[in-house]
Design a binder for this molecule. Structure first.
Ligand code: SAM
Length: 274
């Protein structure tokens, strides 16, 4: 049976989660959030909104289930290959001039894009002087990222993406297959630091030359997108780069005037001098 979730009930739930746990979903894109909470009620067989509310308020462990449902963790390696080709050919030559390269992957999900970055850096001989901070709101996704273990069945697609992004090696050199899973080469992980970070509430924690935040802002409303752009602006060095997803843009944010798009359709912007 499908239980109806009203807008008022959704507001109540958002307030509860904010008050009890400090997670603020108030500025997530409303229709998508509504759909996801309604789906949670169906899948976990709640018979009323009151029951869901009681569960969330009384069972701290159930919060991670809610976060799993609200945060869409779909991702892949070398997603949008031309984006990675642009990083390799247009952005890395600039980063190569720095003694230490600090990169932030915000909303990295289960880590596939972070391994893609590490592979690119390694092939450009930049990995040893890079530090990659990879963050997400979802601790379950981060533990998959840390383990670096993925289904073997996905490797064919990732290998094709890698080649389309200009990769010239045999992609299988970057993992070891065990039964139907693969483990990513630990040489790739040595410069990666994983941590939870909530873009809706947490602040800046370092200065970076490159920030990647792809397919995350599409789940936020304009207010939250603007908060995040200010956070990125505070966290980016002068002349640093921001890479977004194919449907995202910095153009309508209040920091837009300080940025110039550098990679055509590939959604990479460069900040002016500070
Ligand atoms: C669709 S995935 C994108 C993954 C990857 N960046 C990519 O493009 O393939 C969206 C990610 O954003 C994360 N996310 C959602 N809200 C967040 C928040 N407030 N702070 C940090 N990460 C968040 C989700 O947990 C999820 O892992």
């Amino acid at each position: 049976m499908q239980i109806e979730l009203t807008e008022d009930q959704l507001d109540t739930l958002i307030d509860d989660v904010q008050r009890e746990y400090g997670y603020d979903f108030g500025d997530y894109a409303r229709a998508s959030l509504h759909r996801r909470i309604a789906r949670l009620m169906t899948v976990d067989r709640f018979v009323s909104f009151a029951e869901l509310r009681y569960r969330i308020n009384s069972d701290k462990d159930y919060l991670s289930r809610l976060i799993d449902m609200v945060s869409v963790n779909v991702t892949e390696m070398f997603r949008d290959p031309s984006f990675y080709a642009a990083l390799r050919t247009q952005i890395f030559p600039v980063l190569a001039t720095y003694p230490l390269i600090r990169i932030w992957h915000a909303g990295c999900a289960s880590g596939e894009e972070v391994y893609s970055m590490a592979i690119l850096l390694k092939e450009s001989k930049l990995l040893d002087k890079s530090i990659i901070y990879a963050t997400d709101i979802n601790p379950t996704a981060l533990s998959v990222a840390r383990a670096g273990i993925y289904p073997l069945a996905q490797m064919q697609k990732y290998s094709e993406n890698y080649v389309a992004a200009g990769g010239a090696e045999d992609f299988s050199r970057y993992y070891t297959a065990q039964y139907d899973m693969v483990k990513m080469d630990t040489a790739l992980t040595k410069r990666i630091v994983y941590a939870t970070h909530n873009l809706a509430t947490d602040s800046s924690f370092n200065e970076f030359q490159l920030i990647i935040c792809r397919n995350v802002l599409i789940y936020f409303n304009q207010t939250l997108q603007d908060r995040v752009f200010h956070l990125f602006d505070d966290s980016l060095e002068g002349l640093g780069f921001i890479g977004l997803g194919s449907k995202e843009s910095i153009r309508f944010s209040t920091v837009a005037a300080s940025y110039q798009q550098v990679a055509g359709k590939d959604k990479i912007w460069r900040k002016g001098k500070k």
